[in-house]
Ligand binder design. Structure first.
Ligand SMILES: [Zn+2]
Length: 235
């Protein structure tokens, strides 16, 4: 982002007036998307930055068993921007989440979506694998959140200095520095899919029902594991 973008509005206005030129400031960065971990509700995964923060490598807890072939699901709604085989990174998917934000997935065993497909949070998009030589033959998900800072319609990925940025899962930021590890990170990607709607945006499916006697509508907030949050019902 250019320095001009962080100047106070008054200063930018002054510069435009003084120069007589049309100045296009970079758009302010939108808030990072409300992502959930890209694995089914309740699963626990280990996240490591190794030497490539803010990119994350993910393996399944407690012992990495089940990483290979694990179901990969969308961390938020979006449109598939890339789905292809890359000679170094193997099977790659990139999803456009809007607002300039993209998520990118490397080394997949298989890809279940094509370019242009619309996905919802929780939609199945592929399987975790070890494709591409940079996986070093070790099953893991290499995950990146990218911000399209140069406005070319995609987020560059896979190298230091690319457009990758720190991701947030369930409101917690990860990927801030190299050599960081987070153990037993639980997926709250519990929403929606075919069975329900997430009315309050917390990534968990909710139910709206009408009381048969009073005819009142009630919102029941889901707890993400098939039940309801305590105290929920009259909202
Ligand atoms: Zn990696």
């Amino acid at each position: 982002m250019s320095k001009a973008a962080v100047l106070p509005v008054g200063i930018i206005t002054t510069l435009i007036a003084a120069s007589g030129l049309l100045v296009t400031a970079s758009p302010a960065m939108a808030a990072t998307p409300n992502l959930q971990l890209p694995f089914p509700c309740g699963q626990q995964w280990r996240l490591d930055t190794w030497g490539h923060a803010p990119a994350l490598d993910m393996v399944k807890e407690p012992d990495q068993q089940g990483t290979e072939g694990a179901t990969l699901i969308a961390p938020a709604a979006g449109t598939v921007n890339k789905s292809f085989y890359h000679s170094n990174a193997g099977n790659v998917i990139q999803i456009n989440h809007g607002g300039g934000y993209f998520t990118t997935y490397l080394h997949l065993e298989s890809r279940a979506v094509s370019v242009g497909a619309k996905v919802q949070m929780g939609s199945r998009i592929g399987k975790v694998g070890k494709t591409g030589p940079t996986s070093n033959g070790h099953p893991h998900l290499h995950f990146e959140l990218g911000y399209d800072a140069d406005g070319d319609g995609e987020a560059s990925w896979g190298f230091a200095g690319s457009e990758r940025v720190k991701p947030t899962f369930a409101g917690v930021a990860y990927g801030g520095a190299n050599e960081q590890t987070w153990r037993n990170v639980t997926s709250h990607n519990c929403s929606v899919g075919a069975s329900g709607h997430d009315f309050n945006g917390d990534g968990r499916a909710d139910v709206i029902a009408r009381n048969a006697t009073t005819k009142d509508l009630h919102l029941y907030l889901g707890n993400g594991t098939g039940g309801f949050q305590s105290g929920t019902g009259d909202r």
